[in-house]
Design a protein around this ligand. Structure first.
Ligand code: HMG
Ligand code: MG
Length: 284
């Protein structure tokens, strides 16, 4: 297999959001600046959620204000509601993301809303973001397994994907939030989603709890997916997904994609430096 695959770097957001030590803003800014040099086109750097829910992300506006913005790089932010969008606009995020779930249990735990309530809440956020000229990405969590509800029905993932598509999301990122997906369950989920959404607007967002994220990426490549979310140094986890380990490590995805004959456009020596920084932030 050959061609280009994009890695959407998640380290500064999904990677750091679960760290217990409050990481100084300057360290976050230094990590983002290094990632910009590594050649990523999209980096998720901020999360405008409630600071009571996720204290680590409370300085997101300061991070966006402090980074050196490299031309051509989109600096992304999570926005769960209108208040989050207002903060993202004030901080000049380049794109925003709304984040829903395919399972009710995780939806309640993560954003304090049922799936239906969350979709109602996202609608004005997506509309206002587009009015302001910002691309909107959509996440779906728990696409194969939920820490509260067990296995997820692939048809349910497709239903949420249709709703996010109707709101104008330019891409949908499919989250194996607790890293329990297998190549078989990921393939079944993708088959259901591909009935309603094209592969070139999908991304795989696989946590590596069970060590299967690279295998899940490979099966996704076979289905035509060409964007994968990953975090340098394998940072991460979700505070509302008990047992969730980090995102698959960017450097491991980069190495595997290279072995398979894909180009990512990343500078591996700068990437290694960023991974080193990320690991040091974790041990704090
Ligand atoms: P709520 O408590 O239901 O919200 O939380 P509320 O509207 O009732 O507001 C409660 C308080 O929060 C109020 O303040 C609001 O002003 C404030 P108070 O009056 O008590 O002082 N508030 C905010 N403050 C700042 N920014 C905001 C904001 N919104 C409300 N945007 C809410 C609902 C969605 C806000 C909350 O549940 C929340 O912040 N959840 C986010 C949880 C989170 O960040 N999880 C991790 C990210 S998702 C993830 O990691 C999965 C992903 O990686 C994909 C995958 O792996 O599957 C994306
Ligand atoms: Mg995640």
């Amino acid at each position: 297999m050959t061609g280009t695959v994009e890695i959407f770097e998640m380290g500064p957001r999904d990677g750091l959001q679960n760290e217990k030590r409050l990481i100084p803003t300057a360290e976050k800014i230094a990590l983002v600046d290094c990632l910009s040099e590594a050649g990523f086109k999209r980096i998720e750097v901020a999360s405008f959620v409630s600071p009571k829910w996720v204290p680590q992300m409370a300085d997101s506006g300061d991070v966006l204000a402090g980074i050196k913005r490299k031309p051509g790089v989109s600096y992304a932010a999570l926005t769960p509601n209108m208040k989050g969008l207002e903060r993202a606009l004030a901080a000049r995020a380049d794109e925003v993301a709304i984040f829903g779930s395919a399972s009710e249990g995780f939806s309640k735990a993560n954003i304090n809303a049922t799936i239906a309530e969350s979709l109602d809440r996202f609608e004005p956020v997506a509309h206002a973001a587009k009015q302001a000229g910002l691309p909107v990405r959509g996440y779906i969590s728990c696409v194969t397994d939920c820490p509260y509800d067990g296995p997820t029905d692939p048809a349910q993932v497709a239903r949420v994907a249709e709703a996010l598509n109707a709101m104008g999301c330019y891409e949908i990122s499919l989250g194996d939030t607790i890293g329990q997906g297998t190549p078989e369950t990921i393939a079944a989920m993708l088959d259901a989603v591909l009935n309603v959404f094209p592969a070139d607007r999908l991304a795989g967002h696989y946590h590596d709890t069970a060590g299967r994220a690279l295998a899940n990426i490979e099966v996704s490549l076979e289905k035509g997916v060409r964007v994968f979310d990953a975090a340098v140094g394998g940072l991460g986890g979700c505070p509302y997904a008990p047992g969730a380990a980090g995102n698959v490590a960017t450097e491991a995805v980069q190495a595997r994609l290279t072995e398979l004959g894909y180009q990512t456009g990343l500078d591996t020596s700068v990437l290694d430096r960023a991974a080193d920084m990320a690991r040091k932030m974790r041990v704090g």
